[in-house]
Structures are given as C-alpha cells and as structure tokens.
Design a protein around this ligand. Structure first.
Ligand SMILES: NC(=O)C1=CN([C@@H]2O[C@H](COP(=O)(O)OP(=O)(O)OC[C@H]3O[C@@H](n4cnc5c(N)ncnc54)[C@H](OP(=O)(O)O)[C@@H]3O)[C@@H](O)[C@H]2O)[C@@H](O)CC1
Ligand SMILES: [K+]
Length: 467
C-alpha cells in the first residue's frame, strides 16, 4: 500500500524532524536526491537550468545545482525573487561556479524549484512566463509548481513534469495529478508521520484481500451475490453486472429481475428469477444498473436495503435515493452500503457539484450518508465514513465506456458477499477494473463486455506478484 500525507501532516512531521537534525542537513539530503535523479535523466548531457522561487523549494533547487556543479554540469539559475532566494543555497551554488541569469539559456533539463509545499494557486505571472518558454524536460522538486499539493487541482498555468522527486513521503498531489514519474527520497520522515491521509492499493494488497477459495469451501461458503439490475429495456446492464460478479469470485450469483432470460442465456451458472422476492438468500446485493426509477424499481431497492446484508448501490439506485430521500432514511442504519456515483449522480445525490477537491467531496458524501462512497473518475476516490480514503488511478481512458460501471458494481457486490471489508471491497474492485480495462483495451477502444471478460486475467495478474 502506498500512503500519501497532507501538507499539514508533512509540515508538522518535518518540524519535529528538523528539531533533532543539524541545520541544513535535511535540505542537503533532499537536494542530493534531486541531483542524483537529474544526473540519471541527463544521461551524459551537461546543461541544466534552475527555476528558483522564494522558499525552501528554491533552496532545494540551488543545493541540487551545487551538487550538479561538483559533477561538472553547467548550471544556470533564474531567481524569481532574488532578494528572497535561499541564502545558504545560493551561496553554495555560486561558490561551486553556478551562474545566475535573468533568462534560462538552452539546456538539457530544467529543475522546477519555483514552489513546493507552501504553494497556493496557479503559477504567478513571472514564474509562468519562464515556464512557458521551457522546451527541455522538467524535473520537479517535491511537486510540479502551480499544482495544489493537497488536491492536485490546477487553476491556471502549471509545470508539466517529466519526473518529480519528492522527500520523506508522497503527498496527495502525487496521486491526484500527473506528476510524471514520481521518485521518493528518504529523509527519515516516516517515524514522525501519523497514518496516511490517502492510500493507494498496490497489486500485492489487492491479491492479499481478494477471496481465494480453500479446500473446504463450496459455492455457498464463498458468499452468494445477488444482482438486482437491468430491466426489459436495459437487459445488457444485468448481463454485465451478473457476469462481472460471476467472474470476480467463485461464490454463487443469483440474479433477480426482468432481464432473467437474457442473463440465463449468457450466464448459465447464475440462478435467475424474475422477482426479487423469489431470489433466495444472498450475502450481499448489488443493485441499480439499468433498473429504472419507477415504482417497481423503488420496491426492489427497498427490498434489498431491508435484507440485512451489505449493498452496493449504483446508477438508478443512486438516482432513486436522490429523488426520494425517504428510501434512504428507511434503510437500517446498520446496513453497509457502498454508493458508486459518477459526478452527475453525485450532484443529484448531494444537491451540489463535486467541485475541484474530489477527495473532500467523497469524504463529505461518505459522512453524510454514513456509507462507503466511490466517486468514479480518471482517479477513483473511495471514502468511508470513518475518514479513510483510497484512490485508484486509471491506467487508460479506453474503459470509460457505456456499461463499464455495471461491471464495477457487480464486482463490488461479489467482494461484499465474500465478506471483504467495504472500503477494501470498493478499492480492490476499482483496482482490478482498471487493470482489466487496460488489458482488454491494449491501445484500442473496447466495449464493457471485453473489460468484463478480462477480469480473470486481471486477477491472475495481481495474484502473480504474491510469493
Ligand atoms: N521543511 C523541511 O524540512 C524540508 C523542506 N523541503 C522543501 O521545502 C519546501 C517547502 O518550502 P517553503 O515552505 O519554504 O515554501 P515553498 O513551497 O518553497 O514556497 C515558497 C514561496 O513560493 C511562493 N508561492 C506560493 N504559491 C506560489 C505560486 N503559485 N506561484 C509562485 N510562487 C508561489 C510564496 O511566496 P510569497 O507568497 O511568500 O510571496 C512562498 O513563500 C518543500 O516543498 C520542499 O521542497 C525540503 O528541503 C526537505 C526538508
Ligand atoms: K516545485
């Protein structure tokens, strides 16, 4: 699992670490890391430019320039605020033969030390003017300047980084925005940090959490998933959701709804009925895709919310909650619910737009509904009501296609039925969904049914990393 820490927590941890470290030692350690990566990117070329801001981020850049000079690299610095440039860094840089200029000359690599953790807003005009002229690859110090460290939001000009070198720990920007290749330099910060503000599952975490049958298991012991999706108008949603559920775990899948014939024809291993009340016992329900929002759909939703098992509610189920808050209020508060809106569904549900801070939006909704909230997007955010947040970055944009969400909700239902902790169920499903999308697409458009069909390959791929 990768952790990401907010600037508030990083700054507090850095203060504690600074108090027990010789002055300047942390910055030199950090900037030595920047210089090491710079040399690697230069690959024998020898011209570097520094964009140096008024704070310690600029200090890091100047010290990196100092180390690069000692390795014979020609380094030119542009000081954006000459009177406030880091004094010790600037002195060391000059001593080592670094040049200060008002414009960057032609270089092989630019080090972005404009602003780091104390950033606010987009690049200011003077910095933006220099950045606009850059043609060489950029190595960002700590984070690409102009991008918000906590939200990854860009509200104007910002640096597009080829690579980012960060220190001590990753920050939310590294999960929420494109920072290029992110490299982490250890400065001894970990012991000072609390638990992470965001987490990102890696293949090994997903493999560890994914249900694997034991020799004593049978179709019931692994969890029976109920799918309440699709309608006479939208049978495809039922076929996709059921299929994803069938492929995600080896527990049994029951389908209940108007698309029973279509589902039975495609998935003979599922148990299909036309009515929710005949479905039989399940350990979790996945409800919503293609269900419609009329009276019979509302009754289905009421039924699953009353079943005393975890529920993944998607698509039309979310719209029904938005249209008719009584439905939600009637829910047994002990029923675990995973809500999986995209931005428009979120707006309907919450009565407000997602806005730029997607993590904060997901947390607000999780808290308001006392539910796990999975906010779909290029980066999927999963928040639980306790404040834990997992992010999952998409691996390719091809899977953003019709039916893709139906597949996701079927998988989440399966994992809930298998007893996986709800936040983890949503985050693991998002991880495997993204991977399946990438495997299926392989550089070309794909229908959601191909994504669904790639679920076993994606599970095999994450499990391949476990010893
Ligand atoms: N603490 C430690 O242990 C370690 C810290 N380290 C390093 O310190 C960095 C944090 O440094 P920091 O706090 O000094 O501020 P920093 O981010 O350089 O900002 C400087 C000035 O930029 C300005 N500015 C703001 N927004 C702007 C914008 N959009 N566009 C342009 N300018 C903008 C703003 O100026 P002002 O508003 O004051 O005019 C602000 O004062 C951290 O990221 C890491 O690199 C490492 O060495 C490891 C050890
Ligand atoms: K920077």
């Amino acid at each position: 699992m990768r952790g990401f820490w907010s600037t508030e927590h990083v700054k507090a941890a850095e203060d504690r670490l600074l108090a027990r470290t010789p002055e300047g030692a942390l910055m030199r350690r950090a900037s030595f890391g920047v210089a090491t990566v710079a040399l690697e990117l230069l690959g024998g070329r020898r011209r570097v430019g520094l964009l140096v801001g008024a704070g310690n981020n600029g200090g890091d850049a100047l010290w990196a320039g100092y180390f690069l000079r000692r390795r014979g690299v020609a380094v030119t610095a542009v000081l954006l605020d000459p009177d406030r440039a880091h004094p010790a860094g600037l002195a060391a840089f000059r001593r080592a033969g670094g040049r200060v200029a008002s414009e960057l000359p032609e270089v092989d690599l630019v080090v972005d030390g404009v602003v780091g953790l104390s950033a606010s807003g987009p690049l200011r005009p003077a910095a933006a003017a220099h950045v606009a002229k850059v043609t060489a690859p950029v190595l960002a110090v700590d984070l690409p300047s102009g991008v918000d460290p906590d939200t990854g939001v860009t509200g104007g000009p910002f640096v597009e980084a080829h690579t980012t070198v960060t220190f001590g720990c990753r920050k939310p920007v590294h999960a929420l925005a494109d920072c290029g290749d992110v490299r982490l330099v250890d400065i001894g910060l970990q012991p000072e940090l609390p638990g992470p503000d965001l987490m990102e599952l890696e293949d090994a975490d997903v493999a560890f959490a994914w249900p694997v049958p034991g020799v004593g298991d049978d179709k019931y012991s692994q969890g029976v998933t109920g799918i309440a999706a699709g309608s006479a108008t939208y049978p495809g949603a039922a076929v996709l959701s059921t299929g994803a559920s069938v492929l995600a775990t080896s527990g049994m899948v029951r389908y209940a709804g108007q698309a029973a014939d279509a589902v039975r024809a495609r998935w003979p291993e599922s148990i299909c009925t036309g009515s929710i009340t005949d479905a039989g016992r399940v350990q979790a329900w996945s409800v919503g895709p293609g269900l419609g929002t009329g009276l019979s759909a509302e009754n289905v939703l009421r039924y699953v919310l009353d079943a005393g098992v975890p529920v993944c509610a998607d698509a039309d189920a979310i719209t029904m909650f938005a249209n008719n808050p009584d439905l939600w209020d009637a829910r047994d508060p002990d029923t675990t619910v995973v809500l999986t809106p995209h931005d428009r569904e979120y707006a309907r549900l919450m009565g407000e737009e997602v806005g730029t801070d997607r993590v904060a939006a997901a947390k607000r909704a999780a808290e308001r509904f006392n539910a796990v909230l999975l906010l779909k997007g290029n980066t999927t955010i999963v928040a639980d009501p306790g404040g834990a947040v997992a992010v999952n970055r998409s691996r390719s944009a091809w899977p953003a296609t019709a039916g893709s969400g139906d597949v996701l909700s079927g998988m989440i239902g399966s994992l809930l039925a298998a007893g996986v902790y709800p936040l983890l169920a949503a985050a693991c499903a998002a991880h495997v969904h993204a991977l399946a999308g990438e495997l299926a697409a392989d550089g070309a458009p794909i229908p959601a049914s191909s994504l669904m069909a790639a679920i076993p390959d994606a599970i095999r791929s994450v499990r391949a990393v476990t010893p």
